[in-house]
Design a protein around this ligand. Sequence first.
Ligand SMILES: N[C@@H](CCC(=O)N[C@@H](CS)C(=O)NCC(=O)O)C(=O)O
Length: 281
Amino acid sequence: MATVDTSIPEHATGAAAHLVSHRSQELAVKLYGSWFCPFVQRAWIVLEEKNIPYHYIEINPYRKEPEFLALNPRGLVPTLAVPPDDHGNPRKPLYDSTIIAEYLDEAFADTTEYGPRFLPGDPYERARCRLWIDHINTRIVPAFYRFIQQDPSDKSALAEVRADFLEQLRLLVREMDDRLPYFLGEDFSLVDAMLAPWAVRLFIIDHYKPGGVGIPAFEHGGENEQDWDRWRGWFDAIRERKSVKGTMSDAASYIEVYKRYADNTTNSLVGQATRKGGRMP
Ligand SMILES: N[C@@H](CCC(=O)N[C@@H](CS)C(=O)NCC(=O)O)C(=O)O
């Protein structure tokens, strides 16, 4: 088994550090998370959006502590401890960010208490959201890691992973409602929450890879200008959204921790899957 780098900084910084201290009270709903993890940020965004009372517990998932493996045999964050059932019987924790996000939306469904639902009521529209969440999980996210882990000295390979990433992203953008700013227009949805953490990490690729992410600047999108303009409208709203901003650490912290991806030395399961061309954890 590959040696796992457990030297990563142990705690959030900036806005996320403030939030962690605010969410440090013992409660039934517990988010076992890692400050740097985009999959965790998905669940974190949904908890914050719905103002669900929860306890944030910082975990270093690379340590694979027995206590943590007892909660989630996959040893991955996010892991969510949930309230007992109606008879007071304890329930096993849930894991996997997409599943956690959907669970939270369904379990905390009272709109007067928890605000709007994040998947549409119409079955077709709900299925369409799930389709594009699947596109994020199986196309965009893997392409992001291929891009960030690509050795930049191989210029043509870098150009290839960049082109693939941009194309997968643009395919999603083309599905966005014409009305700004979110995937469904005015209403924030799980599609937005599932993509946001990687969108707000794109600056890391700009930092480490010559030529950067490569999203065209305003009026430089050529034949795809309309799509990139839609992306800019989405991105501006996402990075200003309270739940997104509030769950972010300082930029410098991400630059430091993602160096392991940028120089392709990470032994995280995501990093290994990217190198092998295998399935993401
Ligand atoms: N499919 C999982 C992936 C979660 C995941 O890979 N989390 C990373 C941190 S960003 C992790 O726990 N890694 C532990 C490891 O690689 O050993 C999800 O959506 O929640």
